[in-house]
Design a protein around this ligand. Structure first.
Ligand SMILES: [Zn+2]
Length: 326
């Protein structure tokens, strides 16, 4: 599905965010005469707020254990704040149409469908016949388009339209994952590819070919680009390709040889697999492979993602903790 990707590794500034409360501070102050932030606290007493129950965010051992044991009820729901940028070229661009306008080139219509489909996949992960084990159901991760009502420049609530790449402004900076829709191919070339900024919770990815497919009746609709979006975000959350020789999950619950099919594996985490593997014939549904489905993750893959999401300081990652009793 993806044929052009980067080599990763762009550091990005992160504002450290801690959610403390007075109760925890007092307990810590009396128990520990230091400036540690209760990192090792075993307190699981929830603090009731009007809308949700908050578990001690800094209890990293508790969270890590919940991830490791697939104790999903004790994990946060992750919201990934995104902005979408439609960037034109000489062939044209998406436009900001009305809600009732269901033309595929209406960027507001298309982007809503893109996010809706991507979220559908995260909510309902499926099994892949190539995996030894599968993580099924809700990945506890959702994209949400971010906007600020007082920002008068943000006319379309987190969806932006630019004539070219030089115009692109990232108004919300580190608060959002920027999804750049920018075609680089010829008209009617029916491309579908993506690039992630890295493996380290950086905050930009780009998708190529969306306008060309939307404008010219190409076979790749928003549902296909949703798969590519999820795949690229998987990279950002630390995942390598399923067919990568040194995949962390290889021989745990992932079979790199099965994912690759025509070779033992491919020796690059995120680089383009230029025909070494015949991935499309494997029958895999793995999100980090090249296939038309992209609806499966193994438990090991999900744990890597969730560890990086839960312990990330990235501003665009919002963690909503709930009481296990809810
Ligand atoms: Zn990839």
């Amino acid at each position: 599905m993806q044929n052009k990707e980067n080599k990763f590794g762009f550091p990005s500034k992160r504002k450290i965010e801690f959610e403390l409360n007075i109760k925890i501070i007092l307990i810590c102050a009396t128990v520990i005469l230091s400036l540690f932030t209760c990192k090792s606290s075993k307190s699981k007493s929830p603090i009731i707020s009007s809308t949700r129950t908050i578990i001690n965010h800094s209890d990293s051992a508790f969270i890590a254990n919940a991830i490791e044991s697939l104790d999903t009820a004790n994990l946060p729901l992750i919201t990934v704040q995104v902005n979408i940028h439609f960037v034109g070229n000489r062939n044209g661009n998406f436009y900001p149409g009305k809600a009732s306008d269901e033309k595929y080139t209406n960027g507001l219509f298309w982007s809503e469908k893109l996010i809706g489909h991507a979220n559908h996949v995260w909510r309902s992960l499926e099994a892949s016949s190539t995996s030894r084990k599968n993580y099924l159901g809700n990945a506890r991760l959702q994209f949400k388009i971010y906007t600020e009502s007082q920002n008068t420049e943000d006319k379309y609530q987190g969806v932006w339209f630019w004539d070219n790449m030089n115009q692109v402004k990232r108004y919300y900076q580190e608060k959002v994952l920027n999804i750049i829709l920018h075609d680089t191919g010829r008209p009617k070339s029916e491309q579908l590819s993506g690039i992630a900024c890295g493996l380290n919770m950086c905050n930009e990815l780009s998708l190529n070919g969306a306008y060309d497919n939307a404008a010219n009746g190409g076979k790749f609709g928003w549902w296909s680009f949703a798969g590519t979006l999820n795949h690229e975000f998987g990279h950002i959350c630390g995942l390598c390709h399923a067919f990568y020789c040194d995949n962390e999950c290889k021989d745990i619950d992932l079979d790199a040889a099965k994912e690759c099919h025509t070779a033992p594996c491919f020796n690059d985490c995120g680089g383009p697999n230029s025909g070494v593997c015949k991935c499309w014939d494997t029958g895999t549904k793995n999100m980090m492979g090249y296939n038309a489905s992209g609806t499966a993750l193994t438990p090991c893959q999900w744990k890597i993602m969730m560890r990086n999401l839960c312990f990330s300081k990235a501003e665009y990652i919002i963690k909503n903790f709930r009481s296990p009793k809810n």
